[in-house]
Design a protein around this ligand. Structure first.
Ligand code: ZN
Length: 171
């Protein structure tokens, strides 16, 4: 997935804001952590380009292991349940949840090593044929890119709706 992660983080964040009843003065911080979490696994692209000389698929790095994000999410959730001060712990849950959703989205048409480090085998829901050059054209000219555009459209729509509601509250 290319452009869908950030809007997905925003959509999840705004949904959770309503469900969890996040305090008004913390909403922007909460949404920020959701969106940073939605992009976080791809931080490994820095290592991929700067140090690994593009030798290994960046989804094979531990930053794209589902067990890492599921583990972090479990720890954050336990912290959230146990701490009397929920405001920081809820940010950790938001961050880790979005990191895990990133892998679900990556797995639609991209390889994700769901069983690493136990089984070294990639899984993806659909496979994209390598027809075009450069490689990223194969993703942009695939039906799955419509899904990414839908995520962007839905996020922009929700952002405009929330902005209008905020303006209405201020008047
Ligand atoms: Zn990724």
């Amino acid at each position: 997935m290319f452009i869908g992660h950030l809007p997905a983080g925003y959509l999840i964040g705004t949904t959770l804001v309503e469900k969890l009843g996040v305090a008004k003065d913390s909403v922007n911080r909460f949404l920020g952590w959701c969106m940073v979490g939605a992009l976080a696994p791809d931080i490994d692209l820095l290592y991929f380009y700067l140090f690994d000389q593009r030798q290994h698929h960046h989804h094979t790095y531990f930053t794209h292991y589902p067990i890492v994000w599921a583990g972090l999410l479990a720890i954050a959730f336990v912290w959230f349940r146990l701490t009397p001060k929920k405001s920081t712990a809820v940010l950790a849950v938001a961050f880790c949840l979005n990191g895990f959703v990133h892998l679900l989205l990556d797995s639609i048409v991209g390889d994700v090593w769901w069983l690493m480090p136990f089984i070294d085998r990639p899984f993806s829901l659909f496979h994209i044929e390598g027809r075009y050059h450069p490689w990223w054209l194969n993703f942009i000219l695939n039906w799955s890119f419509v899904l990414e555009l839908l995520l962007v459209t839905a996020a922009v729509w929700r952002w405009r709706k929330r902005s209008a509601a905020l303006r209405f509250e201020e008047t």
